[in-house]
Design a protein around this ligand. Sequence first.
Ligand code: CA
Length: 378
Amino acid sequence: MPRIARIETFVVTQRLQKPFSYSQWEYDRRTVCLVRVTADDGTYGWGEGYGPAAVIKSGIEFLAPLVMGGDPLAIGALWQAMHVRATDFARRGVLLASLSAIDIALWDLKGKLLRTPVHVLLGGQRRARVQVYATGLYFDREPNLRERLAREAVGYVGQGFRAVKMKVGLGIEEDAGNVEAVRRAIGPHVRLMVDSNHAYLLHEALALTQRIEPFDISWFEEPVSPDDYAGYAELRRQSKIPIAGGECEYGVHGFHQLFSAAAVDIAQPDICACGGLTEAQRIAALARTHFVEITPHCWGTGIAFAVGLHFLSSVDVQPGRLRAREPFLEMDRTENPLRDLLTTPRFQPVDGCVAVPDLPGLGVDVDAKRLEEFAVLP
Ligand code: CA
């Protein structure tokens, strides 16, 4: 059987034509760290970490010796070897994003070696198409933000999305007005979610919840600090809007803390940060015991998106019923040349869903020319 012969990192970046912001800071470029794990027969797998690319790169270099020479089919054992080394220093945080990137590359590699799509390795396909929602509706420096948000939201509906998520976090009055404008623009039949990226204290989040409840909001994401488990739980008790969170949470133990606090209706692990596909499966099993839905956070290239597709293709949705709830994958629609140009295929929604790749591994590849063009030179 082949052994793991090479682990390479690639930090790629692109400046954006139009900067955009959310409640915490402004984006003027997109930068990610990819990893390629190659077996000694030349077969390779791609992975991606979510978080600060330079730090993720260092973390991958720290963990790589534990994986080098290993059996690429023995992902669980390699995962544990990396996790044991991380535990003393980083039970949570970005080192787990480095671990996630390697884990994902191993799943891609294993699928290619076995000529099997990752969703089959994860337990088999339950759905050939995954429901997606458009993430966009960020802030910018232009006047007439509210009009632009309404126009942008209508654009997503025109592209076939049946659900859109917008940013809040500018203050209760402004947020409430923006939410109302977007709801009016898209009409009553498109799902609408809001995300404050932990901008608020509990009393502010409660006030916003009360203001936007009439606009049929499917969830309020990261309403308060990810450390405020009690605040999450109290908001959830008082709000008619379901509460979502977890993109800043790591590992099954982090989600155990979130679920034990009864903090969320919907858990949003980022598979490229929480511990990879290996840990995401455990988090999904844990979520099931708490009757919490899983809706992965997804913010990266086509690799990260394909990871989400394979995961949700195979994930179990509870409770069972004739017209089952379909899980949702986040589909970032903000300007991102890394997502649109670096990886193939370029995913597009049809009737609010995206087809799950049926090729061996993740079914995504990286364009070698673009990889060179977008590379951050040391
Ligand atoms: Ca978010």
